[in-house]
Design a protein. Sequence first.
Length: 439
Amino acid sequence: MIHRKRSFYRFALVIASTYLISCSSDDGKLAVPSPIEEPQQITPDSIEGNAGSVVFFNHDLSYDDYILVDEAQENRVFLIDKNGDLVFEYPLEGRKIGNDATLLPDGSLLASIQAADADIQFGGFAGKIQIIGKDGATAWEFDYSKEGHTTHHDVELLPNGNIITIVWERISRELAIANGSNLDMDVFPEAIIEVNPETDTIVWEWHAWDHLVQDFDATKSNYGTLSENPQLINFNYVNSTDGDIMHANGIAYDALNDLIYLSVNFYSEVWVIDHSSTTQEAAKHTGGNFGVGGDLVYRFGNPGTQNISDVPRLFINNHFPNLFEPNKMLIFTNGGDLMQSTVYELGLPSALNQKMIPDTAPPEIVWSFMNTDLYSGKVSGAVRLPNGNTLITEGDYGIWEVTSEGEVVWKFKADGFFWRAYHYDKNSPEIISLGISTE
């Protein structure tokens, strides 16, 4: 079972027609779905809730639930109903959100929180992981913000009770150049750590630094041909001005196959990593269920990172790799200079279920949604609702609900900067624990 607090049934497939657009910033072509022609809709019903403005375009097709809103601009995490009314807010006085926050079954909040003096402070930095009670009290905290590393963006609870999160780590200019960097500065590649909250110890870790390839300088380490090493990460893909060379922003765990999916914004890719490897194996190129240690089991979104130009590019700056059922993912691609965002449902390779390395073909586009009004250059995401609708967070606007046929049935708008929105049934354990269930 995919572990992600959301479980949904299959819905009707809608495959948007595609056309190819040349991408000026990269080799290769970009596969972009055509905007869906929305069905004729009834007269909209506008409501002014105390948390924001709501428009129902079709009451009958909208799913009645609660939505957890992570509003990073004002450091607020709160629940709303479909009328846009506030039903619960976590008291976060003195805290700044490091982006992700989700509910736990006991009603507490698992959150990424900014450390005031974090060693690395790019956009989305955190440094701390906290579990916050509904009264605002800190039930648990793990600080990882010093000595050349800082947690950032996303955090997720594993089925075994441990927590995984993304980390920036500092590599000195001298060491980076010796390993083939073309930048004259310190660099900050990604890492992943798994923390046991019972012992406050790191029990597993993975470092992108151990899995690089570069074709810049044959006299330096990691030299090789990019297209012949899809399991390795192109060290010099991003021409960074500050050393933030990857900027991962989302993490998801596949419990069925013991894999971690990492959304890497600056590469416009998702990287798949074998969590079954030990920490020692994860630093090497053999071991684990897939036999490749910490090398990439699979990657998708932007073949230009490997100098491959004959495979269509799927993403421009992606967020929230949301695994919502076996071999299915929803993901938001921001769109960059296209000024157009897209939500995809992707069918992932079945080879992963057999612990086999898939070929380099991109995943299947099962469904997609594009609307000329849907665009956010940052953050954002999508979740599948139990009735088959999709809840979309547009970071600089608010939240949409659309059907599998592409009909917009509900919108929520408010001032702010919305990292993500998560769906919770009104009778879910999380909601019952907060004492606000209507059942």
